[in-house]
Design a protein around this ligand. Structure first.
Ligand SMILES: [Zn+2]
Length: 181
């Protein structure tokens, strides 16, 4: 009988947490193309929320989702002019603050971009290195893959899917001030 009434804090004890995020933006002429915090040479950029960085938005939502926090649109309303053209790294930092407050660090992430152009392959290493720096993890824990949208009719859009794995910080690392002597 008691097993049916789990305490609210049960999830906080999990050693690992998975997070998933998805985003899409439409290409527009005359704005810079930013993917994963890296500006790519291309005549079109991604419009919509902030700087349109579809990969950072999906990553932010994956991190927020892993700790059951509100999503990026709830925290940073697209209708708020404050975020127009904003650097999406701001949103990522907020998500990282929240997972750290919840007692977690990022173990690794993986992502898939779906877009007709430009080719991501030549820039994947730079994007992985930049994401690794933002997340304070090694570049070999950052996956960045890209596919073209065969048969999807989304040639003028960029789509990103991201999964993250969070690992609980050890007590010693998270609360050194509480160490007993
Ligand atoms: Zn977005």
């Amino acid at each position: 009988m008691t097993s049916a009434r789990k305490p609210k804090s049960e999830a906080a004890k999990l050693q690992f947490r998975i997070g998933y995020g998805w985003d899409s933006h439409e290409f527009q002429r005359g704005i810079p193309l930013k993917i994963g915090g890296v500006t790519l040479p291309y005549p079109k950029g991604l419009g919509g929320h902030s700087d349109g960085d579809v990969l950072l938005h999906a990553l932010t939502d994956a991190l927020l989702g892993a700790v059951a926090a509100p999503d990026i649109g709830s925290l940073f309303s697209p209708s708020n002019p404050k975020w127009k053209g904003a650097d999406s790294a701001v949103f990522l930092r907020e998500a990282l603050d929240r997972i750290r407050s919840a007692g977690y660090i990022v173990a690794n992430m993986d992502s898939t971009l779906i877009l007709a152009a430009p080719k991501i392959g030549p820039h994947a290493a730079a994007i992985r290195a930049h994401l690794a720096e933002l997340l304070s993890i090694s570049a070999d824990a950052v996956g960045v893959k890209a596919k073209t949208p065969e048969g999807m009719g989304t040639e003028n859009a960029a789509i990103a899917h991201v999964v993250v794995l969070l690992e609980k910080k050890s007590a010693a690392r998270s609360k050194p001030q509480e160490e007993e002597r």
